[in-house]
Ligand binder design. Structure first.
Ligand code: UD1
Ligand code: CA
Length: 490
């Protein structure tokens, strides 16, 4: 099936000689979590994934992530996701964003001419948002020293405000708690936390920071006032507020995630897949054309879906590969499994890890598989546990069949060869093999191999006692009456 690159790959901007410093050392107190803020996930990836990817896609030659709280976990995620394209710098104590930027600056190479400093809690940030800030500085005809993104927020509570002079140039950024006048409080233009300047400027400006503010921290935002004090110009680049508001609490986390899921869905719709509202297709999932993902379905991890496949309402798929024209009926759960073309799964099926379902095979309701291979056209349509099985082509597994794969110590394999028929309510006590075309009668407990073409039957012969039903009822009734009398006396 054709693999497509992520629909969110955006045009690379020219950022040669530029390093990005992404500040992610904070704990994120308002999340009230044991997990560092930037490791909370949005559409299946930690928050930090997105600004890092944006910086890489913008063409930054180096990306340095400043880590502190939960640094091992953050660094290990980055190494796993981005390898050696990203490195980390440690901020020992969280003494503010200015201190974080300093730590990052110490970690960049000597060939770097320009530095992009960016908050790490911006999951909706795209390469283009960074590229616009870069271009604003480079294209500025009046020789600006520093560029930063800004956005308009009707409710700017909590954010640093962008203060401008009468010419419209940025004068300073004032943190919410440091606001001094009513005029400052009325400013609705805020600082989302994206700054770009030359390396020498940052070295000097960050070196001059002092903790003279309400929080006694070093503020990276003070580089604005520093530039102005040196008679330099600072440009503010109007940016899209809906993608540049940071995640500080759980409400902002889920709000950002709603936007992210809709962004991913829209991109797949453009590629010819129907992704219904309320379906959650995580970042990294691949969909072919003519796929339909119904509401409430969750597709996670490295899931790949083939052409024309339907994933119905409420299914949860994690790291699953589906071929073309597969049907996954409602409320099925599939994990680390493979399903070949035209197979039908569910409703209410459970494919556990290492299940491999062949072409045109059927797995019906309340069937659970685990580490089971099912060949082409094989069927298990109702109520079964098929663990550690190898099921041949066209075999039929009846309702209520159980592969007894575990003896309390070890797992054992059940082999059902091509065309075999397993009658309902049978138990396969593994290790055991049912030969090609063999027949297992309903209700059989299979404890030894069944030769090809044989019939296996292991049940007590039925005995009909004529007229016995009424005698039985009379006896049961007598028991009941006796119990009642005794109960009454007591
Ligand atoms: C910061 C800005 C504020 C802006 C807001 C946007 C400053 C002083 N203020 O405030 O103007 O409106 O972001 O969301 O920069 N971090 C570190 N080390 C630290 C402190 C923070 O790495 O010592 C990281 C955090 O992990 C986070 C980012 O820097 O990713 C921003 O920190 P946060 O505490 O959220 O800053 P705000 O107070 O929101
Ligand atoms: Ca913030």
């Amino acid at each position: 099936m054709p693999l497509k690159t992520s629909p969110q790959d955006s045009r690379r901007a020219s950022a040669d000689g530029t390093a990005a410093i992404i500040m992610a050392a904070g704990q994120g107190t308002r999340m009230k979590s044991a997990l560092p803020k930037v490791l909370h996930t949005i559409a299946g990836r930690p928050i930090i994934h997105y600004p890092v990817r944006a910086a890489l896609e913008a063409g930054c030659a180096e990306v340095v992530v400043v880590v502190g709280h939960g640094r091992e976990a953050v660094a290990s995620y980055l190494a796993q996701a981005f390898g050696n394209r990203v490195h980390t710098a440690i901020q020992e104590e969280q003494r503010g964003t200015g201190d974080a930027a300093r730590a990052g600056l110490a970690g960049i190479g000597s060939a770097i001419q320009g530095v992009l400093v960016c908050n790490g809690d911006l999951p909706l940030l795209l390469a283009d948002d960074l590229a616009r800030v870069l271009r604003a500085l480079r294209d500025d005809s009046r020789g600006a020293e520093l560029a930063l993104a800004t956005c308009e927020l009707p409710d700017p509570e909590g954010y640093g405000r962008v203060l401008r002079d009468e010419k419209g140039d940025v004068l300073a950024i004032r943190e919410h708690r440091d606001l001094e006048t009513d005029a400052e409080r009325r400013v609705t233009e805020i600082n989302p936390g994206i700054y770009f300047a030359s390396t020498p400027f940052f070295r000097e400006a960050l070196g001059e920071l002092r903790p003279n503010n309400a929080q006694s921290e070093l503020y990276v935002t003070d580089v604005v006032a520093f530039a102005r004090a040196q008679g330099k110009r600072v440009v503010g680049v109007h940016s899209r507020a809906e993608v540049l508001v940071g995640v500080n609490d759980r409400t902002q986390l889920v709000e950002a995630e709603v936007v992210m899921y809709e962004r991913i869905a829209r991109a797949w719709r453009k590629e010819g897949a129907t992704v219904r509202p309320g379906a959650r297709v995580d970042e990294g999932v691949m969909l072919a054309a003519d796929v339909t993902i119904e509401s409430g379905a969750c597709l996670r991890g490295a899931t790949v879906v083939g052409r024309g496949t339907l994933i119905d309402v409420g299914c949860v798929l994690s790291d699953v590969t589906l071929g073309d024209a597969v049907v996954v009926r409602p409320y099925s759960v599939l994990t680390q499994s493979t399903v070949a073309a035209r197979a039908q799964i569910g409703p209410f099926a459970h494919l556990r890890p290492e299940s491999v379902i062949g072409e045109e095979a059927h797995i019906g309701n309340f069937v659970e598989t685990k580490k089971t291979r099912m060949a082409k056209g094989a069927k298990a349509n109702h109520l079964a546990y098929l663990g550690d099985g190898v099921i041949g082509e066209g075999a039929n597994v009846g309702a209520g069949t159980i592969f007894c794969n575990y003896d309390g110590i070890q797992k054992h394999t059940t082999v059902i060869e091509d065309g075999a028929f397993i009658g309902s309510d049978s138990q396969m006590v593994a290790p055991v093999t049912v030969g090609k075309g063999a027949y297992v009668a309903t209700g059989t407990t299979v404890t030894k191999d069944v030769p090809a073409g044989a019939l296996a039957i292991s049940r007590v012969r039925q005995d009909n006692k004529e007229g016995y039903a009424d005698r039985l009822r009379a006896r049961f009734k007598a028991h009941k009456d006796k119990d009642h009398k005794e109960g009454g006396k007591g």
